[in-house]
Design a protein around this ligand. Structure first.
Ligand SMILES: [Cu+2]
Length: 615
């Protein structure tokens, strides 16, 4: 029961902290200087992009830093009428009929351990998927479903050169979609790690292999760097194998585990054909494959595990044990080399805690450590969920340097270039789960919030708190120089279904299929230039209709929308883009078509008709 007492005490402390912080108003002069620090005047741009997960909205939120202005919502796992995502043929197929996702952790592609700004990967805890967003267009380009998984919460994280995008599962399930009663949890339920690759030319995922693990819950993970670059570390909880009331039953053991594995060695096993085929996945089993998967005990129910920028250490956050534990990769390698193990779990040799642990950092009164970020001067920053603060400490010495309140209950924090081999130590954002009364009330439910800190000095300086839609779990902050967006989609004459000349527009019928090869341009639709009314399409009730629409306005930002009144359909074509809308004209009558995305002074005139003749 000690865990329960601990949580209760934590909540009490948190309450006191909340009450306290609300009163600590800054003086007006100080606020003004802070405002000047984050103000980005008209004509200038933010120095950083912050890519924030949108949680169960299934979307990506893009912010500018330091202004904290929201720039864009990019739909990833959820249909979005604002951009037509999930309505046109390609994005509808990518979503596969799902209407939501739970996006927790964005990971920007890396080269040599640096964010390279090419792609951003996203996990879907809700429906077991991984997605890629092309950062040249900020469009989602591929989504892959992962078999054998039960909520890939502990991803996504990329290896140093984006060789792999790793996704460990949170919930254990029987493999292969089989049924097994919860009484068979220990024997039939399994944890799984998915190791996916992404072809940057074809913009396609592939499931390279999976690892079957005991039915512990995998919470977070990180890839090694430099000397540890072949390794991945993952935190676990529920080493108790609890199947009900996890709040209590999964908090009994004093220690859970960090699982570490060598992805390069496992890659060799897979190439040698040493795997089982499970539900279409190449499955590695630690009971059969020795020498690449190990575990080390860690303070109970950890959340984050983060590899230091130099790759020498991994730091676990205790969550229910109020401390950060610094582990040494070298010590782990030495113990593995000597074969010194205390135990074996599911074929996984367990290293002695003392053999791998380098230091425990336990700031007095700091409760609920969640996650670690880094600066460029050897410091770590930990969010504390229960005591609502950020703690700055020195990685070499464990000395606590500064503590700053958050408003309130932070989950992750994200620092500028914070997951790379060279963080730049300028800004830190705490992603808070509770805003309380910081903002104008919008009813019983308050927004989540984010705190911005200047971390360039010895002391952290709180700059501002901003509200945010549900619900950022994690974010990465990348310098703007690394993002190179295209201005228009290139004009590809031979692109399937595209039409670039007015004379080539046409309406073709094949049986009960009607294909409209049309153009959107300021300020009209042309579906068939030779027709008396080029912007009207007549079909028969029951026809399957395809609108193939190309936006031939090759000017930056001239996006056209395409909505059909009463048909619940809307999509868009960005400059130079071709998209297809497919539907069955099952309602006879007359339906106005109009451009939904404001495009010109005569945008209002950009309309036409869909006429559906009754049977
Ligand atoms: Cu328009």
């Amino acid at each position: 029961m000690s865990a329960i007492v601990g949580i209760a005490a934590g909540l009490l402390v948190a309450f006191v902290f909340f009450a306290d912080f609300n009163k600590t108003d800054q003086n007006a002069g100080e606020n003004k200087s802070k405002a000047e620090k984050v103000y980005v005047p008209y004509g200038e741009k933010d120095e950083y992009y912050m890519m924030t997960s949108g949680g169960h909205s299934g979307q990506l939120f893009v912010y500018g830093l330091p202004s904290m202005r929201k720039i864009r919502t990019v739909p990833v796992f959820t249909p979005d009428p604002a951009t037509g995502y999930g309505y046109d043929e390609k994005s509808k197929e990518m979503l596969g009929g799902y209407t939501w996702g739970d996006f927790h952790h964005p990971a920007i592609s890396e080269t040599a351990g640096e964010y390279d700004g090419k792609f951003l990967f996203a996990n879907d805890v809700g429906n077991n998927r991984v997605a890629a967003v092309d950062l040249s267009t900020f469009h989602t380009v591929d989504i892959m479903s992962l078999p054998n998984m039960g909520g890939p919460h502990a991803g996504v994280f990329v290896t140093e050169n984006t060789e792999y995008i790793a996704l460990p599962t949170r919930f254990a399930r029987p493999l292969d979609g089989k049924f097994a009663d919860l009484d068979q949890y220990e024997t039939e339920y399994k944890g799984v790690v998915s190791m996916t690759t992404f072809d940057q030319e074809k913009k396609k995922f592939e499931l390279a292999y999976q690892i079957v693990l005991p039915p512990w819950s995998y919470d977070l993970s990180d890839a090694g760097k430099k000397m540890s670059s072949d390794w991945i570390v993952m935190t676990t909880y529920n080493s108790e194998f609890a199947t009900t009331n996890l709040e209590i039953n999964a908090s009994q053991n004093d220690r859970d585990y960090i699982v570490l594995f060598n992805w390069k060695k496992l890659e060799e096993e897979v190439s040698a054909g040493n795997y089982d085929d499970v539900n279409g996945a190449k499955m590695i089993d630690p009971r059969k494959h020795k020498g690449a998967i190990f575990a080390v005990p860690v303070a109970k129910s950890p959340h984050g595990v983060d590899v230091t920028p130099d790759g020498t250490r991994f730091i676990a956050s205790g969550k229910l044990a109020p401390m950060m534990t610094v582990f040494s990769f070298q010590k782990a390698f030495d113990a593995i080399e000597k074969g010194e193990f205390t135990d074996e779990q599911f074929g996984i040799p367990v290293l002695a805690y003392e053999d791998v642990m380098e230091r425990e950092v336990d700031p007095p009164g700091a409760l609920g450590p969640l996650h670690t970020q880094f600066d460029d001067r050897g410091n770590a920053f930990n969010t504390m969920f229960i005591s609502s603060e950020v703690v700055k400490w020195n990685i070499e010495t464990g000395e606590v340097i500064d503590r700053a309140p958050t408003y309130f209950s932070p989950g992750h924090a994200t620092a500028t270039e914070g997951d790379t081999v060279s963080p730049d130590g300028k800004w830190l954002v705490a992603l808070n789960m509770i805003a309380k009364d910081n903002f104008l009330s919008v009813g019983p439910s308050h927004p989540e919030s984010m705190d911005l800190y200047d971390i360039s000095g010895d002391k952290m300086e709180h700059m501002m708190a901003v509200p945010v839609d549900p619900e950022p779990h994690y974010a990465q902050i990348i310098h703007r120089d690394k993002i190179n967006t295209i201005k228009i989609y290139p004009k590809e004459e031979d692109r399937k279904n595209s039409v670039w000349k007015q004379d080539d527009t046409r309406i073709e019928r094949i049986g009960n299929e009607v294909h409209v090869y049309g153009i959107a341009m300021r300020s009209k639709f042309i579906f068939d230039a030779k027709s008396e009314r080029p912007d009207a399409v007549t079909v028969k009730e029951g026809d399957r209709v395809y609108f193939h629409l190309t936006n031939i306005d090759l000017d930056q930002d001239i996006t056209h929308g395409f909505g059909i009144n009463d048909y619940d359909l809307n999509f868009e074509v960005q400059p130079g883009q071709t998209s297809t809308l497919e539907f069955v004209a099952d309602k006879p009558g007359v339906y106005p078509i109009y451009c939904t995305n404001f495009c010109s002074a005569l945008h209002q005139e950009m309309s036409g008709y869909l006429l559906v003749e009754p049977k």
